[in-house]
Design a protein around this ligand. Structure first.
Ligand code: PAF
Length: 285
């Protein structure tokens, strides 16, 4: 694996490689890698000639400075894991490389996505995500960008930005990777103590409960019950929401519609998010 720290060096390298017809896959991360990230690396490896992973803890997407300071860092094991999984290039820029003094801040037009769910609870978060992903895409010049469904709203936001700005990249979204007990893999899990980890299983349990009952019970009732279950395990809840595929809240469930459940809740001082597709419109008879 080749490590690049300076954007200019990576840009030159990819430019030279592109003299022959190659495909480049890109997995952006903030490090503290887990099997979710590694599954994206593997997918990219199987579909491209070169796979690039970036590790950059992006300060502009943290609305809570405490969350930024406490973000887990494990560079050495990350590098080992990337090498074991055959990643070709690791890009590890500094804050100054990504946001140099003359950096022009865009205002991304994200519409309702900027003010609901994660947008509502983490002001400015998606502007920061777009800022860094746009910059990274300019540098890595990839054909395919790989993202995880765990960050459902982030995937929608990045898709919108790519479409609006005509960025020539295909986006592929892979299913959430879970521990055997159902806990969605997340870098933030590293900050949970044993008790919190145990309690966090309730998130997956609630999502399964919603999936089992979505056509059996009233949505308002299901949400109340879900909130009770999460609170009983000590969670502070930002939202338990049931939406269509575009994240519009729904109040009745129809089989011909894609239905998504999304949860954001905090235990101790660790905020977790998760989601599940409760019904897939394509499966409707
Ligand atoms: O999902 C993440 O880890 C980050 O939001 C991303 C896409 C790497 C941008 O910093």
């Amino acid at each position: 694996m080749i490590l690049f720290k300076r954007p200019g060096d990576l840009i030159d390298f990819i430019q030279k490689k592109r003299k022959s017809a190659i495909k480049v896959g890109f997995v952006p991360t903030m490090g503290a890698l887990h099997n979710g990230h590694l599954s994206l690396i593997k997918k990219s490896k199987s579909e491209n000639d070169i796979t690039i992973c970036s590790i950059f803890i992006n300060p502009t997407q943290f609305s809570n400075p405490n969350d930024f300071e406490k973000y887990p860092i494990s560079i050495e094991t990350d590098i080992e894991q990337l090498e074991l999984n055959g990643c070709d290039i690791l890009f590890m820029p500094s804050v100054n490389d990504i946001y140099p003094e003359n950096f022009q801040k865009n205002n991304f037009e994200l519409g309702y996505l900027d003010s609901i769910l994660e947008g509502q609870h983490r002001a400015g978060h998606f502007q920061g995500v777009c800022m860094v992903v746009k910059r990274l895409l300019e540098i890595v010049n990839c054909d395919i960008l790989y993202l995880g469904q765990k960050d459902y709203q982030q995937c929608m936001v990045i898709k919108k930005m790519v479409l609006d700005l005509n960025i020539p990249v295909e986006i592929k979204i892979s299913p959430t990777i879970r521990e055997e007990n159902g806990l969605a893999m997340s870098s933030r899990n590293k900050r949970l103590n044993e008790g919190e980890k145990e309690a966090a299983l309730v998130i997956f349990e609630v999502l399964c409960f919603l999936k089992e009952n979505i056509f059996e019970r009233d949505i308002a009732d299901l949400k109340v019950k879900s909130v009770e279950k999460l609170k009983a395990k000590g969670f502070d809840i930002d939202y338990v929401e049931i939406t269509d595929e575009f994240l519009n809240t729904i109040t009745t469930a129809e089989k011909k519609q894609t239905i998504v459940a999304l949860i954001a809740a905090t235990i101790g001082n660790v905020r977790l998010i998760d989601n599940m597709i409760l019904n897939n419109a394509n499966d409707a008879e």
